[in-house]
Design a protein around this ligand. Structure first.
Ligand code: MF3
Ligand code: CO
Ligand code: CO
Length: 248
């Protein structure tokens, strides 16, 4: 069942969404060669608690940390640890905050130091992929229109879109219906209606689309070890289009 949110409920989601977006703004200057992903986790955890928010990933289905940090060929759900980032790496930081019981979910891929050509390519394609997906959101459009727009753009850039993980409805629950696939056919899937709130979060691989899950049960990597990048926003369908909720 898809929860259609009232305008008041959408307003009530904004503090959590804004907080998550502000956490990404806060962390950006810290993303430098030499920082560990544990340090990124700890900075975002502290920022979250200081603002009276709750880090949704912590203990979510047993996830051990407060934020996901996905480096280079890690596609998503990377677990922060003692590994130091080095010049030329890319790292996705995925923040989900809870305020007053409402969730806000956003992520961004950062360059560590100076990006090489391949890193720049996959990150810029992932950034645009989210933009073209968002541009397809309006009442009367269908979920397949979003997926199609993303897939056709990413493949036109000779990159690939991960199939195994998708965007999702969000609200009082971290992951609600519907599933928002980042591939598909125009005119298929459910019709978008004002009051729907969901994420779009395409994972773009520089090589082939295949992924595998590491033995830790969380970390998803590209099978071919190619670089992967991702950007995510939480947005609401409005009467005449969309509103991005995860803005700082
Ligand atoms: N934030 C991720 C998403 O965009 C989900 C992370 S689940 C966790 O849906 F348990 F790994 F935190
Ligand atoms: Co999400
Ligand atoms: Co997320």
């Amino acid at each position: 069942m898809i929860h259609i949110k009232t305008p008041e409920e959408i307003e009530a989601m904004k503090p959590a969404c804004r907080h998550a977006a502000q956490a990404l703004v806060m962390i950006e200057p810290h993303i430098q060669p030499g920082i560990t992903t544990d340090e990124i986790n700890d900075l975002i955890h502290a920022f979250t608690i200081e603002h009276g928010a709750i880090p949704a990933p912590l203990n979510y289905h047993g996830f051990p940390k407060s934020v996901c940090t996905s480096v280079n060929h890690v596609v998503c759900h990377g677990i922060p640890g003692p590994k130091r980032l080095k010049d030329g790496d890319i790292v996705n930081v995925d923040v989900t905050s809870i305020i007053d019981g409402w969730h806000g979910d956003t992520s961004k891929t950062f360059y560590v130091g100076t990006p090489r050509v391949k890193a720049r390519k996959v990150v810029e394609v992932a950034r645009r992929a989210l933009d073209v997906g968002i541009a397809a959101v309006r009442p009367g459009a269908r979920l397949g229109d979003i997926g199609h727009a993303i897939q056709q753009y990413v493949e036109s850039e000779k990159c690939s879109i991960v199939r195994e993980y998708c965007g999702h409805g969000i609200g009082r629950q971290f992951h609600e219906e519907p599933q928002v696939l980042h591939y598909g056919r125009p005119g298929t899937g459910i019709e978008l209606k004002p009051g729907m709130v969901f994420t779009i979060e395409p994972m773009v691989n520089l090589g082939k689309p295949g992924v595998k899950l590491l033995k830790d049960g969380w970390t998803v990597v590209t099978r071919d070890k190619s670089l992967s990048a991702q950007f995510e926003h939480t947005l609401a369908v409005t009467e005449d289009g969309y509103e991005i909720l995860t803005l700082p």
